[in-house]
Design a protein around this ligand. Sequence first.
Ligand SMILES: Nc1ncnc2c1ncn2[C@@H]1O[C@H](COP(=O)(O)OP(=O)(O)OP(=O)(O)O)[C@@H](O)[C@H]1O
Ligand SMILES: [Mg+2]
Length: 211
Amino acid sequence: MRGIAIAQEKGGVGKTTLCHLLALGAYWHKEQAYFMHTDNREPIAVHGRPYGYYDAREPERLSILIDSVINKDGVCIIDSGGNRPEFDKWVSQSVDLVIIPVIPDYEAVMLGIAHRENLASYGAKHVKFLLNSVSSNRNEQQRDQREYFDLLPSADILGKIGKVAAVKRLRESDKTAFVTPPTNVNNLARKLYKIVNAELTAIERESAIAA
Ligand SMILES: Nc1ncnc2c1ncn2[C@@H]1O[C@H](COP(=O)(O)OP(=O)(O)OP(=O)(O)O)[C@@H](O)[C@H]1O
Ligand SMILES: [Mg+2]
């Protein structure tokens, strides 16, 4: 089992959306995904999706779910929302890669940098930033890069995920039945999966060489 956590103290940067996108991307690439919803501020209803989506808001429930998938093939995706130091410590010790989404917003960048330092101090070995909600407009993109994204160390940026309004449908399905997403959402999901899969493969290669 490969383990990914998506974490960021700043709210509304796309943690939950990116978890859904990544799980959907895994589905399109025929890898089993287990999305653990752990954000205890947010109630969910788990409806039929083409990937596993589990209510893991109770720590005991999360631990039972993790035990049941740990020896399976696939990717376990943990939505690590909110300011929860104890949970961050567990995440730092338990997953292969932590992804910190950053949007074009000064507070999101600064909290993302601070969060990365915290995770590293808890022992997380692989923590990367992901630029989310990147504008498709060239001028806006250049401005956001200059004003916000250039504040991040470029070697630690995993990639960019564009701003696609239809991703909200993935979240709407927390309340209503899951509807097959439109092509632009599926393409974004495939792109995110490829970015994450390439990083995990590099981490796996690195640890094989070290062993
Ligand atoms: N790439 C994107 N393109 C367009 N909209 C996006 C994108 N990513 C996220 N959003 C939108 O941003 C809003 C916040 O996203 P989301 O709820 O996933 O963030 P979050 O980090 O999980 O928030 P919270 O901290 O409250 O749990 C949602 O309305 C979502 O649809
Ligand atoms: Mg969320």
